[in-house]
Ligand binder design. Structure first.
Ligand SMILES: Nc1nc2c(ncn2[C@@H]2O[C@H](COP(=O)(O)OP(=O)(O)OP(=O)(O)O)[C@@H](O)[C@H]2O)c(=O)[nH]1
Ligand SMILES: [Mg+2]
Length: 526
């Protein structure tokens, strides 16, 4: 090989199987060589490819980054290069590397794993590695570590989170932190987070080519089976990304929908979530049909079997949406009846609204000594709950817990939950609960206000509760209070929902605002 390489001035390579037979021969140019396309042929997670690559280098290079990427992406048994002597054409040193099972990775200073192990370079006649023994022991180790990894996280999706931004790095980091909270709420195992800053989002693959390759290598090494993008992806982007990575690829709205689907308890909640999922799916089916790919698959005139199936799928989804919408509307009528009864009873209604995880359910529990489900995870509450509460001034009120909000709430979800959310419109007072300990508290207030405005609920009197005050020092709390009152002009009370003794000022404030506004209401009623 060395001599041929020397004579032709090109790199020459072979892929050798474990019996020692040559399966592929490759010829490159002076600087690079292309590996054959293995297409979709995927290697079992516990094995390597069963092929080792040996090729020549003419310019005295050692293993290059391209060589190592090929090694990792193709999961080759070994990558070896033979340096060709530029005077004699005889082989000089042989450099080789193999992959490591994830558990055996050496960590560099950033805690980054190095997936390769380099063998001592040597001249061909002195190479003594028992290659079959080495590869067998690596594969055994890999199978063992997979087993333990599996038993540790039984059946939970293993994900890598990706944010591609054209803006500030700090914003991307915050956004990714929220995405991680969402992912943990969806009960997946977060393996890694990747941020790429680029001048422009790649319209096809979002990430740049190099970063995409890095993502591939990482996902294989860490055994990821899902990639979550911190954005809303177009259907075409999802397709090219999952084709490139051979992994499931989802975006942020889809992740939120998944959480809702996991959480829905009541039949109404389940119906609303399913409706939202189908609404999210529908345009994605439509676009798939318009793509060049399916037109090709459909043959001349674009009416082939592929497209017909898509047409049927679309119709089925649309029918299901219509059906669900009817059911949801039916239920919302029932709910309106119930609401009328409640309004007739003439009890003032207070709704707890706010960003997800702000502490609404916890506050309801503390105020009314109830036991509504509250949890560290996002979107713990999907079904609205009502409780009665007696205020000190001998007045009874109804207090509603509601589903939490989030920035860029998927449109399909807002639409599906409209009925549930509109129930808030009966309220005499909105208690806007804020997690004051969250570094993004002010953005969260903005997001909630935006959704309230979209739902036309911004006319209802509102007080802002800075919750989780126990997690903040006095100064930061005062600063936040000042800032919010400047921005919003609402009444503000700081509390800690987990410390009932801090709730007194809140109850007083509620009584005060209600007394003020209800006197107005009474006049209206006359
Ligand atoms: N330290 C502290 N933790 C709190 C406080 N209030 C709530 N929490 C915690 O915050 C987490 C979220 O509380 P929830 O009451 O479920 O929040 P929520 O607003 O109902 O959330 P969703 O229903 O998901 O929208 C839980 O782990 C609570 O224990 C507080 O005042 N201080
Ligand atoms: Mg809740």
């Amino acid at each position: 090989m060395s001599e041929i390489s020397f004579e032709t001035g090109r790199q020459v390579g072979v892929l050798i199987n474990r019996k020692g037979q040559v399966e592929y021969v490759m010829v490159g140019n002076a600087k690079t060589i292309e590996m054959p396309d293995f297409g979709r042929a995927r290697v079992s997670e516990d094995r390597f490819r069963g092929l080792r690559c040996v090729h020549t280098h003419l310019l005295g290079e050692k293993l290059t980054q391209d060589d190592l990427t090929d090694l990792a992406l193709l999961r080759l048994d070994l990558m070896a290069i033979v340096q060709v002597d530029d005077k004699t054409g005889l082989p000089n040193l042989v450099y080789s590397a193999h992959l490591l099972p994830t558990t055996a990775e050496k960590l560099d200073t950033d805690g980054e794993g190095l997936p390769y192990e380099f063998l001592e370079p040597n001249v061909p006649s002195q190479l003594e590695t028992n290659f079959i023994g080495l590869i067998n022991s690596l594969e055994n180790e890999m199978a063992r570590s997979r087993q333990t990894a599996r038993s540790r996280h039984t059946n939970r999706d293993r994900v890598i989170l990706v944010n591609v931004t054209t803006g500030y790095l700090s914003e991307a980091e915050e956004s990714l932190a929220e995405l991680e909270e969402l992912a943990l709420s969806a009960d997946v195992v977060v393996l890694d987070k990747i941020i790429q800053r680029r001048p422009k989002i790649d319209p096809k693959t979002v990430l740049g080519k190099g970063k995409l390759e890095e993502l591939l290598v990482r996902s294989m090494r860490l055994g990821a089976d899902l990639i979550v993008f911190d954005a809303e992806l177009s259907p075409a982007q999802v397709r090219s990304l999952s084709e490139a990575t051979e992994l499931k690829v989802i975006d942020r709205p889809q992740l939120i929908l998944d959480i809702f689907a996991q959480r829905a308890q009541s039949s109404e909640g389940k119906m609303q979530v399913e409706l939202a999922q189908l609404k999210y799916l529908l345009p994605r089916l439509v676009q798939g049909q318009n793509s060049a790919f399916s037109r090709l698959a459909g043959g001349i005139g674009g009416r082939g079997p592929g497209e017909t199936k898509l047409e049927t799928d679309r119709r089925r989804v649309r029918d299901k949406i219509t059906h669900l919408e009817k059911q949801v509307n039916g239920l919302s009528r029932q709910r309106q009846e119930r609401r009328k009864n409640r309004v007739q009873k003439n009890l003032p209604i207070i709704s707890l609204v706010g960003y997800t995880n702000a502490g609404k359910s916890t506050l309801l529990n503390s105020l009314t000594q109830s036991d509504v489900y509250a949890e560290k995870k996002m979107f713990a509450t999907l079904d609205p709950t009502s409780r009665r509460l007696r205020l000190p001034i001998e007045q009874e009120v109804i207090i509603n817990d509601t589903v939490g909000f989030i920035r860029d709430l998927p449109e399909a979800l807002v639409a599906a939950f409209r009925a549930t959310l509109e129930e808030i419109s009966d309220s005499n007072l909105l208690v806007h609960v804020v997690d004051a300990s969250n570094p993004r508290a002010d953005q969260q207030i903005e997001s909630v206000d935006k959704i309230l405005t979209d739902l036309k609920l911004n006319e209802i009197p509102q007080i802002i509760i800075l919750n989780k005050a126990d997690l903040l020092d006095e100064l930061s709390l005062e600063a936040l209070k000042r800032q919010v009152s400047l921005d919003k002009g609402y009444e503000i009370v700081a509390i800690s929902a987990v410390q009932p003794k801090t709730l007194k000022p809140l109850i007083e404030k509620v009584g005060e605002v209600l007394a003020r506004d209800l006197s107005g209401l009474a006049v209206d009623a006359v």
